[in-house]
Structures are given as C-alpha cells and as structure tokens.
Design a protein around this ligand. Sequence first.
Ligand SMILES: CC(C)(COP(=O)(O)OP(=O)(O)OC[C@H]1O[C@@H](n2cnc3c(N)ncnc32)[C@H](O)[C@@H]1O)[C@@H](O)C(=O)NCCC(=O)NCCS
Ligand SMILES: Nc1ncnc2c1ncn2[C@@H]1O[C@H](COP(=O)(O)OP(=O)(O)OP(=O)(O)O)[C@@H](O)[C@H]1O
Length: 204
Amino acid sequence: MTVVIGLTGGIASGKSTVSTMLEEIGIPVIDADKIAKEVVEVGQEAYIKIVATFGEEILLPNGELDRLKLGAIIFNDAEKRKILNNIVHPAVRECMNERKNRYLQAGEEAVVLDIPLLFEGNLTNIVDKVLVVYVDEEVQLDRLMKRNDFTKEEALARIHSQMPLKEKVSRSDEAINNNGSLEETKKTLMVILGKWGIMKKVKK
Ligand SMILES: CC(C)(COP(=O)(O)OP(=O)(O)OC[C@H]1O[C@@H](n2cnc3c(N)ncnc32)[C@H](O)[C@@H]1O)[C@@H](O)C(=O)NCCC(=O)NCCS
Ligand SMILES: Nc1ncnc2c1ncn2[C@@H]1O[C@H](COP(=O)(O)OP(=O)(O)OP(=O)(O)O)[C@@H](O)[C@H]1O
C-alpha cells in the first residue's frame, strides 16, 4: 500500500526545501503551488473566472496574471482571498487527485502531496500522514523577506493570512523544526520516514 504524505507548513517555512530532499531520495512529490500556477495560465477556465471577477487591471501587458498585484489584493482582504481560493482550489484538487492516482496505480511506496493550505483547505482526508515543516516566526519573516524581496509589511500580511504554524504543528502526525541547518532538517526527515517504514525501496 502506498503511503500518501501531506507535506505542509507556513509560507517560507521550508516545504520546497524538504520536497527537494524527498525527490532526491526517490519519493515522488506533487506540488500544489506548481499546479495552482498551471491552472491559471492564459485561457484556462480559472484564468477566465479570475479576470471576470478581479478585472483586467490584474493582468500584465502580455495577458498573464500579474501575481504581485493579485497577491497585494488578496493577502490584504480575507473576502477577496476567499473568492480567489474558490476559483483556483477546485481545479488544483482535481489535478492533484489525478496525479496521485497515477502514482497509486504505479505501486509507489510513498507519494508526497506538498500543499501549503492542507489544513486551511480541510484536505487532511486525502492523505494518510501529515508532515509539517515549521520555523519560528522571526526566522520565517527573515527568510520570506530575503527570498521574495518583500517589505516587513508585505511579508507579515502573507504570514497572517495562514493558520498559525503552532496550530499546524499540533495537528500534524510529525513535524520538522527547520530553524537550523539543512543537514539537521534532512536528518529529522530521514528519522520520520524510518518511523513510517518508508525506507525499504527508496533509492539512496
Ligand atoms: C495570490 C497569488 C497570485 C500570488 O502569487 P505568488 O507568485 O506571489 O505566490 P505563490 O503562488 O508562489 O505562493 C507562495 C505562497 O503563498 C502562500 N499562499 C498562496 N495563496 C494563498 C492563499 N490563498 N492563502 C494563504 N496563503 C497563500 C502559500 O504559502 C504559497 O506557498 C497566488 O499565490 C495564488 O494564485 N493564490 C491562490 C491559489 C492558492 O491558494 N495557492 C496556494 C496553494 S494551492
Ligand atoms: N534550513 C534552512 N537554512 C537556511 N535557509 C533555508 C533553510 N530552509 C529553507 N531556507 C530558505 O528559506 C526560504 C524558504 O524556503 P522554501 O522556499 O523551501 O519554503 P516554502 O515553505 O516552500 O515556501 P512557500 O510557502 O512560499 O512555497 C528559501 O529561500 C530557502 O532557500
């Protein structure tokens, strides 16, 4: 039986970093952020709905979504965020499910669904185990500001649009503290996979 792992955390807490480690050891990862970008490409159903709802002012001159502009709107307005989520999330869920089923049919030992909003979107029922990657808020703020070149205000708006990380940790099966080095994070990850019995067929 394939173990379906839901990997989640907060913005810039280190999910992609852990995803890369999982891929390196041969465990397939389905990335919700990547799919959320695919389903809003020009001409897709979700794209058309977004333009109809938010107006053409959220487009770049080439017709693609201006993600910075749309982000500035939805991370500062809970109602508008809900509207965008209701457009994008059903398409993301459908696509993730299709890909997950393909891995199940292929008989993979484990498959990871990297979903930033696993708890917020009530998606814990589609996974067997929940793994949360967490950091302290100062570390999160610092890494997010550096990675995206955000002001403190922009970064905090994004952090506060999500469920507090402490709550995610308390609802997880296992959690990785990613305040330290990448080596420490990898070590914790390997211990957790071992606990879940996911080591046997994994390529080293
Ligand atoms: C608002 C958008 C255009 C901003 O794009 P941008 O390129 O700046 O960010 P990106 O998509 O890479 O997301 C970065 C991180 O932001 C956080 N985030 C994204 N959307 C949301 C949301 N609706 N609510 C809370 N946090 C979110 C996640 O932690 C995510 O990992 C984009 O995030 C979006 O379309 N969001 C709605 C879809 C969504 O919920 N995606 C996330 C998981 S499916
Ligand atoms: N242990 C670490 N030490 C130092 N920097 C780190 C560590 N882990 C992650 N980072 C850096 O912190 C930033 C955020 O990490 P990452 O992109 O993996 O987070 P994420 O949770 O996937 O973010 P998002 O929710 O935005 O997709 C990146 O710039 C990454 O290189």
